[in-house]
Design a protein around this ligand. Structure first.
Ligand code: FAD
Length: 431
């Protein structure tokens, strides 16, 4: 009997260490430096001074960049272990950086490791893995995000160079990055899934312009880090094509699967924190002479939040297990399901937490409204909910077949005589 929800003691000890370390040493960074881009800023000497000793401690514990396989110096933990670790890291927006596994650098490192030249690895991969530089992944365009059929950014071969021409939007941290990994169309005459390729574009390449820096929500205009980027005859050497021509989407897909599970477990952590705040508030706040915790409406909110959170957590761990088992088709189905649920569960739980905190919940004096802003982001970044719904439905439909004739197999006027026959209640025809 192999179903088992326990964690092996050696790994549990690592999780316990990570839990205490994140709470005591990393979460103060969230409070003192709440700008979501701060963990990606390698130029600020004060941030470097504060974070270097923390990163070194993580390295000493063998928990640095745990998503990497042994060939890249990582422990080769499977997705279930990584999910459990991310459930801790998700408490803090700084923790992924302190543990060397922040997106999109984690996925970009895997791409460079698989497709980069030795020189590219030395120049970009090594400092990226060491946490000395950050990178950007640029796929979305102003006129098309979730539908790649709308992508227009082109790369054309000229001698021993590729020349990029076009625009990207919401390229996170392009302004802070040392290099960008850019998806561009190399063959417009075939469907985009076979006509797009990936390029390594160093940030200082002539012709790469940051047009604007969009921000999220109420951030001051022009001061965010989700960049509108333009490539104006931007030339990169031929070897900066990563993988083969037309392989852009195949590469992007390998990069996103595990990453979605990590995001989902970090969302579990955020929702857990919101539920804990909800419970503490319910026990602490008195209305009409009794704590909020005595009110049945409030008890309902707490119970529903717990149910949604626990179901979602198990769904994510089950998804991670499918990936570890190499169940490719099931993994596709479950990764899409998790991506959909992530936004919904966070929405419901954070909304209740904000609501129970009243005006304080709506204020900028608690982290709750920052988590509230994460709700629409979860439903859109890495592809909107609707697109993942299509994947879920398509994957499920593959498991079934159409029946012939007008009646389903459960049609009782036919099913009842067949059942009676099988049970020996009716004589066989012709007997
Ligand atoms: C915080 C954040 C960070 C991001 N970072 C990056 C990054 O670093 N690099 C990058 O390349 N991109 C990044 N993105 C962009 C993200 O990948 C896109 O926003 C996403 O793919 C959706 O594309 P879009 O914004 O153009 O929305 P659209 O494609 O215009 O979709 C808008 C809406 O249309 C509806 N819709 C779309 N398709 C369908 C469908 N098939 N059926 C029914 N309804 C549909 C959905 O309601 C959807 O939300 C980031 C986004 C956010 C919010």
């Amino acid at each position: 009997m192999a179903w088992d929800f326990s964690t092996e003691p050696e790994f549990q000890a690592k999780l316990d260490w990570a839990d205490a370390f994140v709470r005591e040493r990393v979460e103060p960074l969230d409070v003192a430096f709440p700008d979501p881009a701060a963990p990606y800023d390698r130029r600020d000497p004060l941030l470097r001074k504060l974070t270097e000793p923390l990163k070194n401690e993580v390295k000493r514990q063998g928990l640095w960049a745990c998503h990497l396989g042994p060939e890249l110096g990582g422990p080769g933990y499977g997705q279930v272990k990584l999910a459990l670790l991310n459930e801790i890291l998700g408490r803090s927006q700084w923790a992924p950086t302190i543990f060397g596994c922040q997106a999109p650098d984690s996925g970009n490192a895997e791409i460079l490791a698989a497709y980069g030249t030795e020189e590219q690895k030395r120049r970009y991969l090594e400092p990226l893995l060491a946490g000395e530089i950050v990178s950007c992944f640029a796929m979305t365009e102003p006129q098309g995000g979730s539908d790649p059929g709308g992508f227009r950014c082109r790369a054309v071969r000229e001698g021993d160079h590729w020349v990029l021409e076009g625009e990207k939007y919401f390229a996170s941290h392009a302004d802070l990055a040392e290099f960008l990994i850019v998806m561009a169309i190399t063959n417009p005459d075939v469907p985009v899934h076979r006509g797009a390729s990936m390029f390594l574009v160093p940030r200082d390449t002539p012709g790469l312009h940051i047009v604007r820096r969009a921000g999220l929500g109420t951030e001051p205009l022009g001061e965010g880090h989700h960049c509108h980027v333009r490539f104006d005859r931007c030339r990169v050497p031929a070897e900066n094509l990563l993988g083969g021509e037309g392989q852009g989407f195949a590469i992007a897909q390998t990069r996103l699967g595990g990453g979605r599970v990590h995001h989902a477990m970090r969302t579990v952590a955020m929702a857990k924190k919101a539920l804990a705040m909800m419970c503490e508030r319910a026990l602490s706040r008195t209305v009409q002479g009794e704590p909020l915790a005595q009110k049945q409406f409030v008890q309902g909110m707490i119970a529903e939040s717990f149910l949604q959170l626990e179901q979602f957590r198990l769904l994510v761990l089950y998804t991670a297990w499918h990936i570890d088992q190499g169940h490719r088709e099931q993994a596709r189905l479950y990764i899409a399901a998790v991506k959909i649920q992530m936004a919904e569960v966070l929405h419901d739980i954070v909304r209740r937490a904000v609501h129970l905190h009243g005006a304080l919940g709506c204020s900028n004096e608690l982290p709750l409204m920052r988590w509230w802003l994460a709700v629409p982001v979860m439903g859109i970044a890495d592809g909107p909910t609707e697109v993942h719904m299509l994947t879920v439905a398509r994957q499920l439909l593959k498991q079934y077949q159409a029946y012939s004739g007008p009646w389903p197999p459960e049609f009782l006027p036919e099913a009842v005589p067949q059942a009676r026959l099988r049970l020996g209640l009716e004589p066989e025809p012709g007997s």
